[in-house]
Design a protein around this ligand. Sequence first.
Ligand code: PXP
Length: 238
Amino acid sequence: MPKLLLGVNIDHIATIREARKGIEPDPLAAALIAERFGADLITIHLREDRRHINDDDVYKIKKAISIPLNLEMAPVDEIVKIALDVKPYKVTLVPERREEVTTEGGLDVRTHLKAISTVNRQFKKAGIIVSLFIEADMDQILASKESGAECIEIHTGSYSNASSASQKKELERIKKAVKYANEIGLIVHAGHGLNNDNVKAIAEIEGVEELNIGHSIISDAVLRGLGDAIRSMKENMV
Ligand code: PXP
């Protein structure tokens, strides 16, 4: 069985920076720590509203890391142009709505098949792998294949947010989707809302090759590091 890869999403390091519109914490420093501690990819989302990661971060991180960059983005002209210039290892196309707090659903590949296929061709020509972030839905999987994408990332939000009574059902839905996607020749990734309590069942699904995890890792890091940060400040006060 191939090794399951972890893409560490560091968007929320930039979210903290943007709370003060300053320079710390620096997402580049976080990317290098993630690389040092075993991340297989660095994942960042360049949103149209630049609410966390900005253009400068993308270029700097791409230049500094030795592991692959997975750039999450909406399939819109402005961001496509930047991505073609940055040349990440992979782009993950996601839907984007300005009012959402996070990527709330999967891409509707069936409805936007023509436009997504065109974007996919541009990336393919540039040697960039395309992954489509979709719900565990058979027709969206088929449309993803039709669009020419090599990979899909299954949105695990409905599994992660499910009550314990319905989580098993959500898990079964994801397992069926993974099996079908593999059968029609798609590489399968997964992510959204995964944490230390719910990751194992997803990690155990045969045919899932990569998980992208952000919020829970950054949340955990903040609390694990808080004691050290207070100790440092106390030392600097004397
Ligand atoms: N995968 C994709 C495509 C995403 O858009 C996100 C959120 O930015 C994630 C994974 C990570 O989700 P979370 O921050 O909940 O771990």
